[in-house]
Design a protein around this ligand. Structure first.
Ligand code: CAA
Ligand code: NAD
Length: 279
C-alpha cells in the first residue's frame, strides 16, 4: 500500500509517521523543503521517544526508510490513499483536491483530515466524490486512539470500508459520523475551548485557574486553554468560523479575544506564544 500525506505540519507529520510505523510506504509533501525538514525532525524525535519506551516494532531508521519527502505533487500519482493535512482553509483545500483529482491514479482514494470543513464540498472539488472521505486523526496522532471517519454525501461503501480497515491497520479505532459542520468532535469540543477564551476576556479567572479548574475538576488531561494552544489558535478560529457560518447560530460566535490573538500572530505552541509562552 502506498500512503500519501499532504502537509508536514503537526498533523500531517504524525499521520505519516504512524502510517510508516504500520508498514506502509509513505510519501509526504509540503510546499517548501524547509517545512519538510522541520516535519522530518519532529518525526525523528517522536520515533526516538517511542523506541526508548519499547513501543516500536521496527527501529526508527527502518520506519524512516519507508518515508519519502517531496515538494512535487506528481509523486502522488501511484498512491492508493492520500490524506490531506494542510491549513484549515476551504479555498486552499479545494484547489489542492482539484489538482490531486487529476494526478492520483483513478482507483486511488482521497481523504481530508479537516477539523470542520464540509467533506462533501471538498469531494466535489476533487472530481471523485464516491472515492472521497473525511479521515480525522486526533492530535498528537502517535498517542491518540481515535480516527473520526466522516462520510460525504456521495462517499461509497467501498471507500468507507477501505478507510476503516486502514485506520485499524494503523492501530487506531475508527468511529463514523455524517457530514455536518464540525462533525462530532469539534462540534462539541470547540465551543468549550471558545467559552474558556471568553472567560479570559471577561476576566472571570486567570488562564492557569481556568485550566486548573477543568483539569482537576473534570479530570480533563489538559485544560482548555492549554489544549487551544496545542491545537493552534488559527485552527481553533477557523473551526469556530465554520460552526458559526454552517450552523447559523450565534452561540458559535468566535470569541473576539481569539480573533485578536490570531491577528496578533499569537497562535499558541507553534508560534511560541498563545495563552502561555513556549520555548
Ligand atoms: N510522540 C511520541 N511521544 C510523545 C508525543 C509524540 N507525538 N507527544 C507526547 N509524547 C510523550 C511525552 O513526551 C511523554 O513522554 P515522557 O513520559 O517520556 O515524558 C509521554 O508521551 C506522555 O506525555 P505527558 O507526560 O505529557 O503525559 P500525558 O499523560 O499528559 O499525555 C497527552 C499526553 C496524550 C497529549 C494528554 O495530555 C492528552 O490526552 N491531552 C489532550 C489531547 C487532546 O484532547 N487531543 C485532541 C485535540 S482536538 C483534535 O485533535 C481535533 C481537532 O480537529 C482540533
Ligand atoms: P500546521 O500549521 O501544523 O501544518 C500545516 C502544514 O501544511 C504546514 O507545514 C504548511 O506548510 C502546509 N501547507 C499549507 N498549505 C499547503 C499547500 N497548499 N500544499 C501543501 N502543504 C501546505 O497545521 P495542523 O495543525 O497540522 O493542521 C492541519 C490540518 O489538520 C487542518 O485542516 C486542521 O484543521 C486539521 N487538524 C488539526 C488538529 C490539531 O490539533 N492541530 C487536529 C485534527 C485535525
Amino acid at each position: 500500500m502506498k500512503f500519501g500525506v499532504i502537509g508536514a505540519g503537526q498533523m500531517g507529520g504524525g499521520i505519516a509517521q504512524v502510517a510508516a510505523q504500520s508498514g506502509f510506504d509513505v510519501v509526504v509533501h509540503d510546499q517548501k523543503q524547509e517545512f519538510l525538514d522541520r516535519g522530518r525532525g519532529v518525526i525523528e524525535g517522536s520515533l526516538g521517544k517511542l523506541h526508548e519506551k519499547g513501543k516500536l516494532t521496527d527501529p526508527p531508521e527502518a520506519v524512516l526508510g519507508r518515508m519519502q519527502f517531496t515538494t512535487s505533487l506528481q509523486d502522488f500519482a501511484d498512491c492508493d490513499l492520500v490524506v490531506e493535512a494542510i491549513v484549515e482553509n476551504e479555498a486552499i483545500k479545494k484547489e489542492l483536491f482539484r489538482q490531486l483529482g487529476e494526478i492520483v491514479k483513478p482507483e486511488g482514494i482521497l481523504a481530508s483530515n479537516t477539523s470542520s470543513i464540509p467533506i462533501t464540498a471538498l469531494a466535489t472539488a476533487s472530481g471523485r466524490p464516491t472515492q472521497f472521505i473525511g479521515m480525522h486523526f486526533m492530535n498528537p496522532v502517535p498517542l491518540m486512539q481515535l480516527v473520526e471517519v466522516i462520510r460525504g454525501y456521495q462517499t461509497s461503501d467501498d471507500t468507507a470500508r477501505f478507510v476503516n480497515e486502514t485506520a485499524e491497520k494503523m492501530g487506531k479505532t475508527p468511529l463514523s459520523c455524517n457530514d455536518y459542520p464540525g462533525f462530532v468532535s469539534n462540534r462539541i469540543l470547540m465551543p468549550m475551548l471558545n467559552e474558556a477564551i471568553q472567560c479570559v476576556m471577561e476576566g472571570v479567572a486567570e488562564p492557569e485557574a481556568i485550566d486548573g479548574i477543568m483539569k482537576m475538576g473534570m479530570n480533563h488531561p489538559m485544560g482548555p486553554l492549554t489544549l487551544a494552544d496545542f491545537i493552534g489558535l488559527d485552527t481553533c478560529l477557523a473551526i469556530m468560523e465554520v460552526l458559526h457560518q454552517g450552523l447559523g447560530d450565534d452561540k458559535y460566535r468566535p470569541s473576539p479575544l481569539l480573533r485578536k490573538m490570531v491577528q496578533a500572530g499569537l497562535l499558541g505552541r507553534k508560534s511560541g506564544e498563545g495563552f502561555y509562552k513556549y520555548n
